[in-house]
Structure formats: C-alpha cells, structure tokens
Design a protein around this ligand. Structure first.
Ligand SMILES: Cc1cc2nc3c(=O)[nH]c(=O)nc-3n(C[C@H](O)[C@H](O)[C@H](O)COP(=O)(O)OP(=O)(O)OC[C@H]3O[C@@H](n4cnc5c(N)ncnc54)[C@H](O)[C@@H]3O)c2cc1C
Length: 396
C-alpha cells in the first residue's frame, strides 16, 4: 500500500501536512512529499479537500485506478437450478440506469453449468453483454469456486461497478470477492446515484434504520454493493433485444470446500421474499400453538409466513421466516402483522409493503403508526375470525 498524488487536483493547500499525525508530509513546490515516517494511515487522504491523494494497493491491482478508466457496470446473474433470481432482474433495471448515465455498457456475470438459455433473458431485461462461465463444478453455488471465478473475471474485464443480490449466496460471495480485490463493499443498499466524478453513491440504512448513510468508494475499483430482493422494481422485458454473449476464460478452479450433502429446503409455501401476501406473527401470539394460527391464515390466503425475531429466537418458527434488519426484507402487496409490536428492527424489513394490516391488543403499539389498517384485539381471537370469514366468502 502506498500514498499516491493526482497532481492535477492538488492545490498545494497544506491540509495533508497539517493532518499527518507522524509529521511525514512536507509541502514541496509540486505538492506533498512523503518521508519514511509515513505509515499509510490515510489521515492525509481524509484531509485533502480536492481528493488529490489516495491509497494504492502495492499488490499492483489490475483494476482501474480511480477515475482512470470508465469501466462497465456489472450485475452478478445469480441462478438456481437454471432459473434467474428475480433480484437479478431488479438489479438489471438499476444497473441499466447507472450504465446509461455513465455512458458505459451493462454486463452480467453468469456462472453455472448448462445455462445457455439464460443470456438472452438477461439481454432482454437490459444487459448489453453477458460473460458466461460454464463448468460442471459451477452447477451449484459454492463460495470457493464462485469467488475465484468472479475475482478472475473482474481482474480481466475491470468493471467500475459490481452489483450483487443480497441473497444468502450473494451475502457470502460479495465480501469474499471484495476482500480478494481489496476494494470496498456496501451491503443492503436501498438507493444508488452518481457524483460529479462518476463515483457510485451507495445509500443504505444505518444505526438500526434510524438514519440513511451514503457511502462512496472513490479510491478502489470495482465499487461493490449488495441489494436485497424487492428493493428495486423489475424492469419491463424487451423481447428480441440484442446483446453480446462472451464465454469467460475460467481460472484453474481450486476447491477448498468439500460438499458433503445437498439438502433441499422443505417446501413451506410461497417464498417469503417474493410473496404477494405475507402473514407474520410475533410474541403477542403467546405460544407456539397460537403461531399455527398464523400459518393457517397464510395457507387460506396463499401467503408466505413471516415472523419477528422474538419468536424465531424462541424456536416457534425457523430463521428463514424472520423479517427485519437481521432477517429478510419483504415488500408484498399485503403484510399482516399479528402480535408484533413494531420495533424499528422489524419495521425496516417490511415497511415498503403496499398495505400493512396490524392486529395487536395494545392500541398504542408502534406498529399502528405504519399500519394502513389496524385491528385492536387479541390475535388468537381475531385470526380465527378472519379465517372463518375468508373461507366463508371463498366457498360462496
Ligand atoms: C441488532 C438487532 C437486530 C434485530 N433484528 C430483528 C429482526 O430482524 N426482526 C425482528 O422482528 N426483530 C429484530 N430485533 C428485535 C426487535 O428489537 C424486537 O425485540 C422484536 O422485533 C420484538 O418482537 P415482537 O414484536 O414479536 O415482540 P414484542 O416486542 O414483545 O411485542 C409483542 C406485541 O404483541 C402485542 N400483544 C400481546 N398480546 C397480544 C395478543 N393476545 N394479541 C395481539 N397482540 C398482542 C403486544 O402489545 C406487543 O405489541 C433486533 C434487535 C436488535 C438489537
């Protein structure tokens, strides 16, 4: 790692010299000069008002130096069993907008085995290029090989921005690749913009969702971000849209994980992240037996089952059902919260739902402040009444 200067940006203001805690900076006629005392602590980088100073990796990273090349925008095209995840299409919509604003191409990185049917779908949803890495070893997602291939592809093709779905796999892959590339990663972004230099402004909730932070990664490439499903809308498909499909040159695949067994997830109804209706239960239900009422209501509505962390921690329902800051983010058309207080950590995971129905015995419960409709009452009485009503109306 070393400090480098963009001479054309330096105004020789002396801020770096004043900020250096090691007295390692002396102002010369052409800008700052560093002595051997420099520890590359980055204080001068922070202090520089014109962003003329940056830290470069001594491993001679083959990524573009900041601002030296207009790399493309990339989306990781995560697929399962040969089907693209919806979050990929959502990212293509946002990636298309960023690529157009930057005047670069939008590319996808597609890894798998026998996935030749997917590039055209990616192109019709907005990709200009699709890099396909195909090998039997890549059939199922695995951290070790996917990270190796993604790192290799980035070093070869040098994108400026790399967007990855905030799925279980994406959350595992993104930090591994960011660490290998020595670049920054912002998780769970909810909005993107570009600054005047074309840097990606990555917005995400911070401090438990109480404020929004906007994060930049001006000195390293690619700028990496994950986005949870349902944060961005899916763009319209453009049938017949044309693009380029490029076979990726794969590195030597060196497995360091051994897959002992692949266990299919039990079919527990509609996928929580993609369901149109979610019925979620919380501690107010009082017992695991009463939580079955939530599952029954979900079943008659064709809805997915959600839960607060309290009941997941209590073992009433498994973690994949948890909604909130440390669970899933959902944005269904209807979210029915039963016996859930409305803690901020829960709300950040469901507040984008179109209609929120809250059932709570406490009229002052915080959940009512974001609810479209509120029912004050005991969930164990209200839910059976709703089930009877829905069953009655559907049998008429
Ligand atoms: C770092 C961190 C991350 C977290 N992540 C998450 C997360 O991802 N998701 C999450 O949900 N929480 C999360 N939490 C926990 C969160 O702060 C709350 O503790 C949790 O959401 C509360 O769950 P609850 O609403 O089910 O229970 P409670 O807060 O105990 O609320 C129960 C509610 O039920 C009502 N009630 C009682 N009896 C009845 C009845 N008979 N009928 C109807 N209503 C009744 C009560 O009035 C009350 O409003 C997190 C906390 C931290 C610190």
């Amino acid at each position: 790692m070393e400090i480098r200067l963009l001479a054309d940006k330096c105004t020789i203001c002396g801020a770096c010299e004043a900020a250096c805690p090691y007295d390692a900076v002396a102002m010369g006629a052409d800008g700052p000069e560093l002595s051997e005392e420099c520890t590359v602590c980055g204080a001068c980088v922070e202090a520089c008002p014109t962003e003329a100073i940056y830290i470069a990796g001594e491993k001679a990273s083959p990524q573009p130096e900041p601002r030296d090349a207009a790399g493309d925008v990339w989306v990781f095209a995560e697929q399962r069993e040969g089907q693209l995840l919806d979050v990929v299409l959502e990212l293509l919509g946002e990636g298309r907008r960023l690529a157009s604003e930057l005047g670069v191409s939008l590319a996808c990185l597609l890894l798998g085995d026998s996935v030749d049917h997917l590039p055209q779908e990616l192109i019709e949803f907005g990709a200009d290029l699709v890099y396909v890495g195909s090998a039997p070893e890549l059939k199922h997602y695995r951290d070790d090989l996917y990270a190796q291939v993604m790192e290799h592809a980035v070093r070869q093709h040098r994108p400026a921005i790399l967007l990855i779905g905030g799925t279980a796999n994406g959350r595992s892959l993104a930090p591994r690749v960011a660490a290998r590339l020595e670049t920054g990663l912002t998780a769970d972004c909810t909005g993107f913009a570009l600054d005047e230099d074309g840097n990606l402004l990555q917005t995400r909730p911070a401090f438990g969702g109480n404020l929004m932070a906007t994060i930049r990664c001006p000195h390293h490439r690619p700028q990496m971000a994950t986005v949870r499903p349902k944060v961005f809308p899916k763009p319209a498909r453009q049938p017949g849209r044309e693009g380029q499909v490029i076979a990726l040159e794969l590195p030597e695949l060196v497995p360091w994980q051994r897959i002992l067994e692949v266990v299919e997830e039990a079919d527990t109804g509609p996928n929580l992240a993609e369901a149109d209706i979610v019925v979620a239960g919380g501690r107010g239900l009082g017992s695991p037996e009463n939580f079955r009422l939530v599952e029954e209501l979900a079943s008659v509505l064709g809805a997915a089952v959600g839960a607060s962390r309290s009941v997941v921690d209590a073992g009433w329902v498994s973690y994949p059902h948890q909604v909130g800051q440390t669970g899933r983010t959902v944005a269904p058309k209807i979210y029915i919260a039963c016996g859930i207080s409305g803690a901020i950590q829960h709300i950040v995971g469901m507040q984008s739902s179109d209609v929120i129905v809250a059932i709570n015995s406490d009229p002052d419960a915080p959940i009512f402040s974001i609810a479209t409709y509120g029912i004050v009452g005991k969930a164990e009485e209200v839910i059976p009444a709703l089930i009877r009503e829905i069953k009655g109306s559907s049998s008429q």
